[in-house]
Design a protein around this ligand. Structure first.
Ligand code: GAP
Length: 454
């Protein structure tokens, strides 16, 4: 399994999905850069999530809050206190630090030295705003995007006139000073989150209780019922993008593992080559966030139940997923090797062949245009014409170097959905061959209507 992971990391680097950050200086603290294909894949993941969570849903709108916020936000949210901290142990010999829950014995995994007692280590990354580095200017890079949503809850409700229940979505960078970043881009210090916060009536609301089970009137649903609803919606998103069912599961988070804000949490886990690991959390945050921000800011973030006229703080059901982890999951799930090769030319046969079976909406390159030969100017000219035409609407590659089999292999390895070959027949009847990545089936199609097939 380590071998498989090494292959995926190597492919990611070689083909321009993911590079180590500041590599020419030896890399930097588990940070990564996304190359030409990585940025396309990331954008496609984000678009798919955004469309799913905003366009397809009723009553969900978007937001893009700033990364830097008042430090008072993090005080009120509980992130500066022990709540948002990992337990860490230090090796008395080599001074390396490890997360206590990642250590199996009492000795340092690096040098076998003795380990210290554990102590709490806050994960917030400190920074300074303004020209003077003193405490008055100290703040933090955000550790979760959702706090920007909570502090804007009233603004959004007022500008959109949305009524509870409604949701706010956000995609953006978060930062955590992880003690033990691990497993390539799985656990990193700078990452992107896609979070949706669903504001719904509290369980104890009388009207809610009466209508709690009525599917017809979702306004009466309890937070528990919304929790189940969003968990199911989220799972369907993964299946819809082709994630293999056997590689996905849910796990009820134990009471002793819950984050400081959560009443309940279910993790959506993926079977990575390094084991079952969380990719997304669905959380019932109760009224923790809005009540604490109300108390700390003096701004009333409560709502009035229009029927009972009672005041309450909306409860929050959150879905939270990391883009980087998710990208790694899609790379792992799509990665396939075919022993002996599967391409059409004898030259490419007998070699191990790699195919990245990404869903067509996620694949970074949708189509490659390949002139059969490069020494026939009419064919090259026609291929460039088709490429220019398709480029207007799709991410395309033009490739004329090497045998056609080699070129198919290069495209399969990065998950290109279709390869279009311009050959001698194209010059006669303006048709091209369209090859499907997964079935390798080839069919002829009119050159100027291939955009309809893709
Ligand atoms: N707002 C809730 C929240 O942030 P979380 O479980 O701490 O909850 C949610 O994080 C998701 O963010 C995780 O499921 C994961 O996908 C991603 N994530 C968290 N820490 C990460 C890290 N160090 N590196 C990469 N992704 C991370």
């Amino acid at each position: 399994m380590e071998d498989l992971m090494n292959k995926i990391v190597s492919l990611a680097k070689r083909r321009g999905f993911v590079y180590p950050s500041s590599e020419i200086y030896g890399g930097f603290g588990s940070c990564y850069d996304f190359g030409p294909l990585g940025v396309e894949l990331k954008n496609n993941i984000k678009k798919s999530w955004w469309d799913e969570m905003t366009k397809k849903q009723e009553n969900i709108v978007g937001l893009d809050a700033s990364i830097l916020m008042s430090p008072k936000v993090w005080q009120a949210s509980g992130h500066l206190t022990a709540g948002f901290a990992d337990e860490l142990v230090e090796c008395k010999k080599c001074r390396k630090r490890f997360r206590k829950d990642f250590i199996e014995g009492k000795k340092c995994p690096e040098c076998n030295g003795e380990l210290s007692e554990s102590r709490k280590f806050n994960l917030m990354m400190k920074t300074y705003v303004g020209p003077v580095e003193d405490e008055a200017e100290e703040t933090y890079l955000r550790a979760e995007t959702c706090q920007g949503i909570y502090v804007n809850f009233k603004n959004v409700a007022q500008s959109t006139r949305l009524k509870i229940p409604f949701g706010i979505c956000q995609i953006g960078k978060s930062f955590r000073n992880e003690i033990t970043p691990k497993d390539f881009i799985y656990r990193v210090r700078e990452f992107e989150q896609m979070e949706m916060q669903w504001f719904c009536p509290a369980s104890l609301d009388k009207v809610t209780q009466i209508n709690a089970d009525s599917d017809a009137d979702k306004r009466g649903w309890t937070p528990d019922k919304w929790f189940e609803f969003w968990l199911k919606e989220r799972l369907n998103w993964y299946y819809g993008l082709g994630i293999k069912e056997e590689n996905l599961r849910t796990r009820e988070v134990g009471k002793d593992e819950l984050a400081h804000y959560a009443k309940r949490a279910v993790d959506i886990e993926y079977k990575f080559p390094f084991g079952w690991k969380e990719v997304e959390g669905v959380h019932n945050r109760g009224d923790w966030d809005l009540s604490n921000h109300s108390k700390a800011s003096g701004e009333d973030l409560g709502c009035i139940n229009e029927e009972t006229k009672e005041k309450y703080f909306p409860n929050i059901i959150e879905t939270s997923i990391g883009v980087d982890r998710c990208l790694l999951m899609f790379l792992c799930d799509g990665y396939e090797e075919v022993e002996g090769g599967r391409t059409e030319t004898t030259e490419a046969k007998k070699e191990l062949e790699t195919v990245l079976k990404l869903h067509k909406n996620l694949a970074p390159v949708k189509v490659a245009v390949l002139p059969l030969v490069k020494n026939k100017p009419e064919i090259v000219e026609k291929a460039k014409e088709v490429y220019s035409f398709l480029k207007q609407n799709f991410v395309c590659q033009y490739d004329e170097s090497g045998s056609i089999g080699r070129r198919y292999r290069r495209q399969d390895e990065i998950g290109t959905v279709f390869c279009i070959t311009i050959d001698f027949q194209t010059l006669e009847d303006n048709t091209v061959t369209v090859r499907d990545r997964d079935t390798m089936e080839q069919r002829r199609s009119s050159a100027m209507s291939i955009d309809k097939i893709i």
